[in-house]
Design a protein around this ligand. Structure first.
Ligand code: ADP
Ligand code: MG
Length: 149
């Protein structure tokens, strides 16, 4: 599967996870050279970003728990070669220097980032962006390769 899904209506959390599994397949497909891709997840609190990451990790073979790294900023999944960031609690983008963000982003793993907006202009352009929106009790997703600009 070399095409990135572009948009999706997600009636429940299982649909969000299933989209994550699809995204994992895209990231893992050698055709896409996306095994160290930088993925930004946009959307308000509760939009389903962490649920999507859970799906991505399942798609990469992770069977254990997936906790939100809201307080730790980063949860590494070494067996899946994936780093899960949540920058929600970053008050100042200079905090990224303290956690050595540049070095972390240079690692040879997939990087998935919730709340990339909090990183300010210190963060590089992503390879994939996902926009999640609440739609009643459901969600809508839009995916985009590269930078929209
Ligand atoms: P975020 O990380 O964006 O804050 P979460 O992934 O933690 O959001 O999800 C918040 C809640 O929304 C969870 O209870 C989750 O099960 C639920 N959820 C995720 N996707 C959907 C969906 N497509 N429809 C309805 N609820 C969803
Ligand atoms: Mg979250």
């Amino acid at each position: 599967m070399s095409a990135l899904p572009s948009g999706r209506y997600l009636p429940d959390e299982h649909a969000t996870e299933a989209l994550g599994v699809e995204l994992a397949q895209w990231l893992a497909d050698p055709v896409n050279s996306a095994d160290k891709a930088l993925v930004y997840l946009h959307g308000e609190l509760g939009a389903g970003k962490t649920t999507l990451v859970r799906g991505i990790l399942r798609g990469l073979g992770h069977t254990g728990a997936v906790k939100s790294p809201t307080y730790t900023l980063l949860e590494p999944y070494d067996a899946q070669a994936l780093y899960h960031f949540d920058l929600y609690r970053i008050a100042d983008s200079r905090e990224l220097e303290f956690i050595g963000m540049d070095d972390l982003l240079a690692e040879n793993v997939v990087k998935v980032v919730e709340w990339p907006e909090r990183g300010g202009d210190r963060l590089p352009r992503p390879d994939v962006e996902v926009y999640l929106e609440v739609d009643g009790k459901a969600r809508r997703a839009r995916l985009q390769a590269g930078d929209p600009a």
